[in-house]
Design a protein around this ligand. Structure first.
Ligand SMILES: [Zn+2]
Length: 265
């Protein structure tokens, strides 16, 4: 049964990744997700089902369009392999338990992966993703408060109800990010502030502090690497948005890192 579900989750992950690739390509350009059907961005040839099989089509075509030989972005393959591996790993991580919580954590991972990719490629954090995600995060806290415990995010440090943790977390994320925007004078944008608020709603208080610190460390490391390789990414030197998104995923999957770290002393 478990082996069968691992196969199912791998295929499901690759299929969802295909759809998320469409979202990443089209949402920043204000294009519909449904129309027109999938086509090559270079020659506009409509893609046949045999061109759209996750992972296999890319490998079979050696990363090039069947019709015009234009290279297909490697991100398409990366997403399909990455999420195809992530879903069964989450199933394993949560002790092979099938639950609404497994769906919720998979949804959150996909959400932050899409935010990561759009910000990395376009330097944009879209309101049409952030706002609905905020509403969904609140609804999940209200209607599935037990999900917080499954993620071990009940937070032994505080005994607030889950919705209060979310509200305070959202306010903390918003407030700290806004402070950074004001102090850095344009080094970080308001898209990042809304993303930090979303993270607070998802992760809650006090874990949001860990997430923000982790994001600052990750952002700093990537900024140094980009600086050393002398790659300029537009106006902003530090990719805050992608760092926030990665920190959110790490915090969701391993919320006990801060407790483990504090236990070292
Ligand atoms: Zn083509």
């Amino acid at each position: 049964m478990e082996v069968l579900l691992i196969v199912v989750f791998t295929i499901l992950g690759m299929a969802i990744a295909s759809f998320l690739n469409v979202c990443i390509d089209r949402l920043p350009r204000n294009q519909s997700l449904l129309f027109p059907p999938s086509h090559c961005p270079a020659c506009e040839h409509r893609l046949a089902p045999k061109d759209l099989i996750p992972v296999f089509s890319y490998l079979r075509l050696r990363g090039r369009c069947r019709y015009c030989r234009a290279p297909i972005p490697r991100r398409l393959l990366g997403m399909e392999i990455g999420i195809g591996a992530l879903f069964p790993l989450l199933y394993w991580h949560y002790d092979y338990q099938l639950s609404a919580e497994l769906g919720i954590i998979a949804y959150y991972c996909c959400l932050f992966i899409v935010i990561f990719a759009i910000d990395w490629e376009h330097g944009l954090i879209l309101n049409k993703i952030t706002y609905p995600a905020m509403i969904a995060a609140v609804l999940i806290r209200v209607f599935r408060p037990e999900s917080v415990d499954i993620f071990q995010m009940g937070n032994s440090l505080v005994s607030f109800p889950p919705i209060a943790q979310a509200a305070i977390g959202g306010a903390v994320g918003f407030g700290i990010a806004l402070l950074v925007v004001v102090l850095s004078r344009g080094g970080m944008g308001f898209g990042d502030v809304k993303l930090a608020a979303l993270m607070g709603l998802v992760i809650g208080f006090p874990l949001i502090f860990f997430s923000l610190i982790l994001a600052a460390i990750l952002g700093g490391i990537v900024a140094v690497i980009l600086l050393l390789r002398k790659k300029k990414r537009g106006k902003e030197a530090i990719p805050f948005g992608p760092a926030l998104a990665v920190a959110a995923i790490v915090t969701l999957i391993w919320p006990n890192i801060p407790g483990w770290y504090l236990g070292l002393f």
